[in-house]
Ligand binder design. Structure first.
Ligand SMILES: O=C[C@H](O)[C@H](O)COP(=O)(O)O
Ligand SMILES: C=C(OP(=O)(O)O)C(=O)O
Length: 348
């Protein structure tokens, strides 16, 4: 007797097609113009042609579209205010990679109840991204599920590959098919080389299997993504200090890659203590003020209200509070942006 059992798909449904979704939530020239221009700006900042700082800021994840819209309206004011020094893009993370298990984001579980209504999740997410872009705030996201990346990729100005997937070949192939600039996080243990390897791979042309607009799997031959960089997010230890930046830049230079990187103030750089982002911000601001041109961008986890809450309390969720990683509140976020802008001013 052996213990091998047959694993069954106990339920099966059709995934909405890209054509159905996009026809219902069509991108217009207004959003296209913003996204096109923002991607160019990010590319120029990355290459040092634009001396501003790229700032990816917003909640750890989007779970409530009303709160996300309120946040984007507030962010719009700061985006305009600091436009000469900062290129501000809102984090609109719709897919969450989990260390073990947990809520996997608005796209896969839009009603936060484990009902996994992904077709609704895609509609709600696309509608929200259109609204935020339409307002004049470009958006950033983590691309996680390679089959659904192109259901929203036309609306994204900057993308990330997370620490848990940077080393994955299919994610690197997917990145080679994306038109937006993309950052690769270092690994959860702090390994920066895997993010550098990811750039070297995704720069190039690949074969990428992906559903076309009618849902048929296509064999795509991609041209490679020219706008890639690494993100220092900490690992076993934080890696936002000057010595860590120098070490990562040395490694990039060994492969003749541009001497530019982004620093994530959150995750292992703040030891998962959201308020520590303020300390990280001080250190990074100082490096920028001292003239470091290596840091072309930063990432901050911030929401309307601080901290986080447990999703199991679904009936009594507090408004504007993260249900994944804890975030800074709005006032602290304003404070950080003001300081970053001052530092960039000194570096100019
Ligand atoms: O950014 C969010 C989290 O750090 C990431 O999704 C992992 O979360 P988990 O360790 O709570 O699963
Ligand atoms: C999951 C994230 O980060 P990391 O991959 O660095 O853990 C994130 O930025 O939301």
């Amino acid at each position: 007797m052996n213990n091998i059992t047959k694993v069954n798909f106990f339920k099966k449904k059709f995934l909405i097609t890209r054509k159905q979704l996009m026809n219902q939530y069509l991108i217009t020239d207004i959003e296209k113009k913003l996204i096109y221009q923002t991607r160019i700006n990010v590319s120029n900042i990355l290459k040092g042609k634009d001396k501003r700082l790229l700032v990816i800021i917003g909640p750890c994840s989007i779970h409530d579209t009303e709160a996300a819209l309120e946040y984007s309206n507030k962010l719009l004011e700061l985006r305009k205010k600091y436009a000469s020094r900062l290129e501000i893009i809102m984090r609109t993370y719709l897919e969450k990679p989990r260390t073990v298990i947990g809520w996997k984001g608005l796209i896969s579980d839009p009603f936060l109840d484990g009902s996994l209504q992904i077709n609704e999740g895609l509609k709600i997410s696309r509608k929200l991204l259109l609204k935020i872009n339409n307002l004049g705030v470009p958006v950033a996201t983590e691309f996680l599920d390679t089959s659904i990346s192109h259901f929203i990729s036309d609306l994204i100005s900057w993308g990330a590959i997370g620490a848990r997937t940077t080393e994955s070949q299919i994610h690197r192939e997917m990145v080679s098919s994306l038109s937006c600039p993309v950052g690769f996080k270092n690994g959860t243990d702090g390994n920066v080389l895997i993010a550098i390897d990811a750039i070297r791979a995704s720069n190039l042309s690949h074969m990428f299997l992906n559903p076309d607009e009618n849902g048929y799997m296509n064999i795509n031959y991609t041209s490679g993504n020219p706008n890639l960089h690494i993100i220092l997010r900490g690992g076993k230890n934080p890696n936002y200090f000057e010595k860590d930046v120098k070490s990562a830049i040395n490694q990039l230079q060994c492969f003749n890659l541009p001497s530019s990187l982004m620093i994530d103030f959150s995750h292992a750089n703040c030891s998962k203590k959201y308020q520590q982002q303020l300390h990280v911000s001080e250190s990074v601001s100082k490096q920028i003020q001292d003239g470091s041109h290596y840091i072309f961008g930063v990432m901050i986890e911030s929401f309307l209200n601080e901290g986080s809450q447990n999703i199991s309390n679904i009936k009594n969720l507090k408004y504007g509070v993260s249900i994944t990683d804890a975030c800074l509140n709005w006032d602290d976020s304003v404070y950080i942006l003001k300081n970053l802008s001052k530092s960039v001013n000194v570096r100019f």
